[in-house]
Design a protein around this ligand. Structure first.
Ligand code: MN
Length: 130
């Protein structure tokens, strides 16, 4: 049996972190947590999650800059990154996609669709080989 998919959540708001973690853990995912971009990058490099949920607005380095760094690193460049953001404006979306974000989840988190939405962007199992 394969291990559960591992999802790293980078989010500085404790309530959003708790909600996202609970929803994903209940759905059977292994959840990793980081409240700063710096810590998130560290965990991503060490544990290579199957997907990263990245808050845009973080203390210190922001989520977009962190995304750019993860995408330019051999170890983490193939990990899908889903942006978790309160500001889904047209220009922001283009900037985020250019940085390497595959999708947006807008806050507040919709508990009815969240897990389904995230699941759609998980790296397919065959891509994990080698
Ligand atoms: Mn934030």
């Amino acid at each position: 049996m394969s291990r559960p998919a591992r999802i790293l959540i980078v989010e500085d708001n404790p309530l959003n972190m708790e909600l996202a973690s609970d929803l994903l853990a209940c759905a059977g995912f292994e959840v990793l947590q980081a409240s700063t971009a710096e810590r998130g990058i560290q965990l991503a490099r060490a544990l290579v999650p199957d997907l990263i949920l990245m808050d845009t607005s973080l203390p210190g380095m922001d989520g977009l800059r962190a995304t750019q760094m993860l995408k330019s690193d051999m170890v983490t460049c193939d990990i899908p990154i889903v942006s978790l953001t309160a500001h889904a404006m047209k220009g922001d979306e283009e900037t985020a996609r250019a940085a390497g974000v595959v999708a947006y989840v807008t806050k507040p988190i919709d508990t009815r669709t969240f897990v389904h939405t995230i699941s759609a962007y998980l790296r397919p199992p065959q891509a994990k080989a080698a």
